[in-house]
Write a protein that binds this ligand. Structure first.
Ligand code: ADP
Ligand code: MG
Length: 688
């Protein structure tokens, strides 16, 4: 048992109460804590002479307290303690708000390092609620590059830093290197232990840079090695024998003719299926590009060859929609289609499973319920997972393990650029649907600020009066109470919550049915509300981003995204894809008061573009590749905040290095790869 797996309670300064706070953030072991990288850094290493301070910027100064404290109250009765301080270049006033005692350490004549935001009134500088350290104290919160961690309420960044420090002191000797020596040398990387130190206690910008480079490289390298292994494992011969079929028979059963890219992708799949190897293919295509038809084609080929097929969707509603569509097609071929979800009663379920036979083809559409341990599927030939990003990698494998290596088809509605897709889905082959079925109207998209509120209300009214429906998307469910001035200072945009917006609309439109939906509701409740929305009972649905992926509500024609600056481009595009699914003119309004030029550029890109792949390329250009790896939508193992340090060149070199090591020693038997083998096994276990 490795030391790093110890419970965090073993760290000095962590008792049961603090441990519980860390648990809330998903930090359970020493290793979790050491690998929890700061979300950003503040460079407090420069000591600024008072005369050279700049207003509205946080700075670090070295000063002597020059007056006794004075206490007074502001207009709204906030208690303020005031000190004067000086350095050889000038004077400054220090204000402490809402502090209930005078700190005896801040006595006249003593020297301190102070760090805080600087204000200016006339010629006078002020600092409010600075953090301070005496001149002879250890550099901890001033005079260095200070990591800022993601926090939870009741745990301050200062305490967090302290715990990480204790943790590092107790455990740093247990940090083992897993990168082979020659890779470290060839790519000029620091050791694992140096990287952990440099990330939590960087002494210089260059140390921080080499630490983050190493951590990013290491993370990718591990992933690429694992993908290499999975690729080898699945390059096995398939014992599923696929018949020589005429795809036109299938095409003729469809109510429309296929797009060119649908035809190409179906060809690719058919070639895979006949290749004698087990297929593992990802089909990526924009919302509405017709992926279900691709799935149906693959299913048809397998059924024609006498096998059973499973199609797994992330929610019951989607499973129902797929069931209805596929039943329509496959009834024509007399192939039975079953629906098996969490709400299928056990006698029905048993009946379905009883009916499956080794000799006859079948199709089962369902949710997670499909992978229940006890279910057995005779003669399983193909497993399709739809809207793949809602499933983790682990569920993908659980499903594949159901059969004797069935073929696997994975559908994703977040198309990403090819080089990136190959890195993220390294163990899969990839097909891309590049065009949409004809006759689609792009969604009219507008970026506005809250001065448009009244007009938007009139617009909502107009849409609902036409008998159509509205989605409102909010970034938060309820108010988050945050005690930390640090966090509050940063977050200047007001975020309207699901509850606030729903209340607001209910009082404005008492005659309409307004409902809300968010991830904290039970899944029964969520499905119930979604069903009511589909059936048109609900006029306006206020929701977080949980609105079902891929659900068809052709009657929903307006979506308003509140605080649109809070989302990535791909996510905004995904959200927008929920509307414009019928033939009607539809509208997406991005509501934001942000002044940030980056956010504005991002949202404007959405006004112009309706092609998911183009948007994704734009996203890559604007934000770098890191976010794609950090994005849980791809179902990758947790890639923490290190992702923002990824660059295309680190991706390329990690990929090259992984290929080199794995091709020389595929089973990692050599002594120099021993730790790497353990590391990859532990990564694999995390996935299972
Ligand atoms: P997604 O890629 O988002 O899963 P779907 O498979 O749900 O897309 O398809 C969206 C809609 O387009 C469905 O109603 C489907 O019947 C229809 N569709 C799919 N392919 C074509 C096509 N080639 N021509 C016309 N309509 C199509
Ligand atoms: Mg779909």
């Amino acid at each position: 048992m490795n030391n790093l797996n110890s419970d965090i309670i073993a760290i000095k300064g962590v008792g049961p109460k603090r441990a519980a706070l860390f648990h809330k953030m998903g930090i359970f072991t020493v290793e979790d804590l050491l690998l929890n990288f700061p979300r950003k850094y503040e460079d407090r290493s420069f000591i600024c002479p008072i005369r050279l301070l700049t207003a509205n910027r946080s700075s670090c100064i070295f000063c002597k307290i020059s007056s006794s404290p004075i206490i007074f109250y502001s207009k709204n009765n906030v208690r303020i303690i005031k000190y004067d301080a000086k350095d050889p270049t000038g004077t400054i006033t220090l204000l402490f708000f809402n502090q209930h005692y005078i700190n005896p350490r801040l006595s006249v004549g003593k020297n301190f390092y102070m760090y805080g935001n600087v204000y200016q009134a006339g010629h006078r500088f002020y600092m409010s609620n600075p953090v301070f350290e005496a001149e002879d104290s250890e550099k901890f919160y001033t005079r260095r590059i200070v990591p800022i961690y993601k926090l939870t309420s009741s745990l301050s960044n200062r305490e967090f830093n302290r715990v990480v420090k204790n943790c590092y002191e107790q455990y740093h000797t247990s940090i083992e290197e897993y990168l082979p020596e020659k890779i470290l040398v060839q790519y000029n990387l620091c050791s694992a232990s140096e990287a952990i130190k440099g990330i939590h206690f960087p002494e210089s910008k260059s140390e921080l840079k080499s630490a983050t480079k190493r951590a990013a490289f290491g993370n990718l390298f591990r992933l690429f090695c694992l993908q290499y292994q999975l690729r080898e494992i699945r390059r096995i011969n398939s014992n599923i024998s696929v018949a020589d079929v005429d795809l036109d028979d299938f095409y003729n059963a469809l109510p429309f003719s296929l797009t060119n890219s649908q035809r190409c992708v179906i060809r690719e799949i058919y070639t895979d299926l006949r290749s004698g190897k087990v297929m593992a293919r990802l089909v990526q295509g924009d919302v509405g590009s017709g992926k279900t038809t691709i799935a149906a084609a693959a299913i048809w080929v397998l059924c024609k060859s006498g096998y059973g097929c499973l199609l797994m969707a992330p929610t019951e509603i989607l499973a129902n929609q797929h069931y209805a569509k596929l039943k329509n097609i496959f009834d024509k071929f007399n192939i039975p289609v079953y629906l098996l979800t969490g709400s299928t009663c056990s006698s029905d379920k048993e009946k379905i499973l009883m009916e499956l036979s080794k000799e006859l083809p079948y199709i089962i559409i369902g949710t997670h319920a499909l992978i229940a341990e006890s279910n057995q599927y005779p003669n399983l030939g193909l497993v399709v997972t739809d809207e793949q990003h809602r499933f983790g990698v682990e569920q993908r494998y659980a499903l594949i393990s159901k059969g004797i290596h069935p073929h696997a088809l994975i559908m994703s509605a977040t198309p990403i650029p090819r080089t990136l897709a190959m890195a993220i889905y390294g163990e899969l082959d990839i097909s891309t649907l590049s065009d949409l079925p004809p006759g689609r109207k792009p969604v009219n998209t507008y970026l506005v600020n809250s001065s448009y509120s009244e007009r938007l209300c009139r617009f909502i009214h107009k849409i609902v009066e036409k008998g159509q429906q509205v989605y409102i998307v909010c970034a938060r469910i309820g108010k988050i109470l945050d005690n930390f001035s640090e966090e509050i200072q940063e977050d200047t945009t007001v975020i309207r919550t699901v509850y606030e917006v729903a209340d607001d609309l209910r009082s404005r439109f008492p005659e309409y049915t307004v409902e809300y939906l968010h991830g904290k509701l039970s899944s029964d409740k969520k499905e119930d509300i979604m069903r009511q929305f589909i059936s048109g009972v609900i006029n306006i649905l206020v929701s977080t981003t949980v609105i079902e992926v891929g659900v068809d509500v052709p009657n929903a024609t307006l979506m308003i995204i509140e605080n649109a600056e809070q989302y990535g481009l791909a996510q905004l595009h995904q959200l927008r894809g929920r509307i414009g699914r019928g033939g009607k003119e539809s509208y997406c309004v991005l509501l934001s008061n942000t002044k940030s030029p980056e956010s504005l550029v991002r949202m404007k890109a959405l006004e112009r573009n309706s092609d998911g792949m183009k948007i994704s390329e734009e996203d890559l250009r604007l934000r770098g590749p890191g976010d794609f790896f950090g994005n849980r939508q791809h179902g990758l193992p947790t890639f923490n905040s290190i992702t923002k340090y990824l660059s295309q060149s680190i991706i390329n070199s990690a990929q090259k290095a992984a290929t080199l090591v794995m091709s020389e020693d595929p089973n990692l038997k050599n002594a120099e790869n021993h730790n790497l083998k353990l590391e990859i096994e532990s990564l694999k276990n995390k996935l299972q």
